[in-house]
Design a protein. Structure first.
Length: 419
């Protein structure tokens, strides 16, 4: 006679013995069996250890567990793996992309010292980051597909976790900083909407008003020229890099006058000089003027100022206002740089300027890249008299210039003013 063995009986026997040992070795198991087992619904348990107690007790009673319990165990095991993985990773910093103050995406960057590997997380489960290995190509695809919904601009903020990173050794601290900075630059370079989000600061510059939003601005060319204002005061401005972690070396401080001058120099296009010691420039068809360093004027006039603001200023004398309007606006008494001719076989150049009002050309000889002052310019006829060979070179150059590239005497540059 054959004896049929039930597999479940073997399982029940194994777990009865195991549970007996657990009651002896694990006081928590004994407490759970007495006071919690079958008291609370199993699907309400979110403690992996207690759920394993349930599994062991169920197997000891029936030799099997149902699908619900299996699924719940799998879910909590995966959750526990997330927490265990998170314990091995040092968070480096967070990059947040937003549109009009609303977060579009938040990325957490980290480093696993035991694996010597960088990690990225763009998702959470029960407030625990879901980490995955950082890959340059996957990161590029991710940031390329960050889109705004209401405009064509996105903005980026970042926070570096100095305190967390400080627990790493010096070499890994440096590597983590380089990795985070590289991630910032890569995100900006691969997302056109972030590039669209650079704020345009326009003169006349109300620093507090235009910079109060904390949006990035460009103060020089290249990615290293992007900054974010952090401190705005009446007398000074502090900027921090947009695409790098801020430190004492890359943080920039400006006085209010220095900052206005910087922005004016970037926005305003200089086009002429005057005998009065002023430079002229334009921005959106508005005329600006600025006193040259050797003009002897006060600090206010040494920054770019629109003609309207200049005429309304109480710190400017009425005589100077009249002179500016009469000589520059009415008589067009200013000089426009038109060309610079290199004399072959020498380091000499012929710098040319045209008087806007009369249309007459003036010249100055310069060597070794020096920039001549306005007072050094002479009528072009003097070049023919004293330097006939240079004059011949000048004439040859004139023949190569089309009529559209020269400023005709009867042409007048127009500006928006309130005069």
């Amino acid at each position: 006679m054959k004896i049929k063995l039930d597999r479940r009986n073997a399982i029940k026997l194994f777990y009865k013995v195991r549970n007996l040992l657990s009651r002896i070795l694990d006081p928590n198991f004994n407490t759970f069996q007495k006071f919690e087992y079958k008291v609370n619904a199993t699907d309400e348990l979110n403690d992996l250890k207690k759920l394993r107690y349930v599994k062991n007790l169920e197997l000891a009673e029936s030799g099997f567990i149902n699908t619900v319990l299996k699924d719940q165990l799998t879910r909590l095991k995966n959750k526990d793996l997330l927490f265990q993985k998170d314990l091995t990773i040092t968070p480096i910093g967070r990059i947040t992309v937003s549109e009009s103050g609303t977060t579009v995406m938040s990325l957490l960057l980290g480093y696993c010292e035991s694996e010597n590997r960088n990690y990225l997380s763009d998702n959470k489960v029960n407030n625990c980051p879901v980490w995955r290995t950082f890959d340059d190509s996957q990161y590029e695809k991710l940031v390329k597909h960050i889109y705004p919904s209401l405009s064509d601009n996105l903005f980026m903020k970042h926070r570096y976790f100095d305190k967390d990173v400080s627990y790493l050794d010096i070499a890994n601290q440096n590597k983590s900083l380089q990795f985070f900075n590289a991630a910032l630059k890569a995100m900006y370079s691969h997302n056109k909407f972030l590039q669209n989000g650079i704020q345009n600061i326009e003169p006349p510059t109300d620093i507090a008003e235009q910079l109060s939003h904390g949006l990035p601005i460009r103060i020089k060319n290249g990615e290293n020229g992007l900054f974010v204002p952090t401190t705005l005061r009446k007398d000074y401005v502090i900027l921090v890099p947009y695409l790098a972690v801020s430190n004492d070396q890359n943080r920039v401080h400006f006085s209010a006058e220095e900052f206005r001058s910087l922005l004016g120099g970037k926005s305003i296009s200089p086009f002429a000089e005057t005998k009065l010691g002023f430079s002229l420039g334009t921005f959106k068809d508005i005329l600006y003027l600025k006193a040259n360093t050797k003009g002897g004027y006060d600090g206010t006039l040494k920054q770019w100022i629109s003609l309207d603001d200049f005429l309304e200023s109480k710190s400017v004398s009425k005589l100077l206002k009249y002179t500016i309007v009469n000589d520059i606006i009415k008589k067009k008494d200013f000089f426009v740089e038109t060309d610079e001719i290199q004399i072959s076989g020498t380091q000499t150049r012929i710098a040319l300027k045209k008087h806007y009002g009369s249309g007459k050309t003036f010249f100055a000889l310069t060597q070794n890249g020096q920039v001549p002052e306005l007072k050094e310019y002479r009528p072009i006829e003097s070049l023919k008299t004293h330097y006939p060979e240079y004059y011949a070179r000048y004439r040859a150059s004139c023949e190569c210039i089309t009529a559209s590239e020269t400023i005709q005497p009867n042409e007048q540059k127009t500006f928006k003013t309130s005069i």
